[in-house]
Ligand binder design. Structure first.
Ligand code: ADE
Ligand code: ZN
Length: 343
């Protein structure tokens, strides 16, 4: 049975050094900031107020969310917009005990509206540098391809981003999963590999276990984003455990997008028991009802998890990060010190 988190336990969860590895920066755009940017940039909105917009955040599946998410992202126009967006996220990340953040961004949704690639990448990149100076957070960017678009468009996007190659550490694959299997993006991921970029992919959120397998086999993904549907294939669970492949799980997202009916039904405990390298993330926190620590708190309230699980989840997040080895070692040492103070 779950033991509801006491204030002391919540404080313990906050103190644990954590990496957030599955965060779409456009998904951290809060309605208030969205309205302010719409005003500043003269972008018309479909909703009349912050309250009306929030009321529309009642999703039935991934696509129903994506439609609203892309509409929301349309207020982002300038380098300053992107920098401010990421700085707002980093302030919240620091409050949640995040020491490392790897931010997904979706350039195609911006460049399709005429926003220059440089405005997107330079704004976000500047925020990453400021996050270290201001909050002590180590941060990097992962460029995601929209899987509902073609591979040719993804290849063009990667080429267009190459003048800023040193500003991002990897590529990812997101957007509508069903009907868009990983193998559709075999060539662009191969090219990313040749360029020395890390590779991650959303798979097994709404899509079948076979998509997780092709993300590993065809895209050579180093981490699987979501991956929760792996439990439908015992052989795949065994493989993920044996290879120590990290899964970046997003519990509040999964409930909001109806992947699970409620948090008490989430398969996080089963994933942990199977020895999978699971870590917790917020995905699109402005839309799903909570930033990283709120995901942790909600899970520990609803699921049979304890101190050992908390330390494992934090350790998995740090070990799965693409941060330099010496940084990771320092956080892991800090984690062991905090673990010794468990209430
Ligand atoms: N883009 C933003 N959030 C996403 C999610 N949860 N799945 C797929 N694409 C996304
Ligand atoms: Zn995601």
């Amino acid at each position: 049975m779950p033991t509801p988190t006491t204030p002391a336990f919540q404080d313990f969860l906050r103190r644990l050094p954590k990496a957030e590895l599955h965060l779409h920066i456009e998904g951290s755009l809060e309605p208030e900031q969205l309205f302010a940017l719409a005003r500043r940039n003269g972008v018309p909105l479909a909703h009349a107020s912050v309250e009306a917009l929030r009321a529309a955040y009642a999703f039935t599946d991934l696509q129903s969310f994506l439609d609203i998410y892309y509409a929301g992202a349309s207020v982002l126009r300038t380098e300053q917009d992107f920098e401010e967006l990421a700085m707002a996220y980093f302030a919240r990340a620091a409050a949640d005990g995040i020491v490392r953040a790897e931010l997904f961004f979706d350039p195609q949704t911006h460049t399709a509206r005429g926003v220059p690639m440089g405005a997107v990448i330079e704004g976000l990149s500047r925020a990453c540098r400021r996050a270290r100076a201001l909050h002590g957070i180590s941060a990097d960017l992962i460029l995601c391809f929209l899987r509902h678009l073609s591979e040719a468009e993804a290849l063009q996007t990667l080429d267009d981003a190459l003048p800023w190659r040193e500003h991002f550490i990897g590529v990812g694959l997101d957007s509508s999963e069903r009907g868009h299997p990983p193998e559709k993006f075999a060539r662009v991921f191969a090219r990313a590999g040749e360029l020395g970029l890390h590779r991650v992919a959303h798979a097994g959120e709404e899509g079948p276990p076979a998509y997780i397998e092709s993300a590993l086999d065809v895209l050579r993904a180093e981490r699987i984003d979501h991956g929760v549907r792996c439990t439908e294939s015992p052989a795949l669970v065994q493989r993920l455990a044996a290879t120590g492949t990290p899964l970046t799980v997003c519990p509040l997202s999964n409930v909001k997008l109806c992947v699970f009916p409620d948090l008490a039904s989430h398969n996080l405990p089963a994933l942990l028991s199977a020895g999978l390298k699971v870590n917790l993330n917020s995905d699109d926190p402005a839309y799903f009802g909570g930033y990283l620590l709120e995901n942790w708190r909600a899970c520990f309230d609803a699921l049979p998890l304890g101190v050992t699980d908390a330390v494992t989840l934090a350790r998995n997040s740090l070990e799965a990060s693409f941060a330099p080895v010496d940084e990771r070692a320092a956080w892991l040492a800090q984690l062991e010190r905090e673990a010794a103070t468990a209430p």
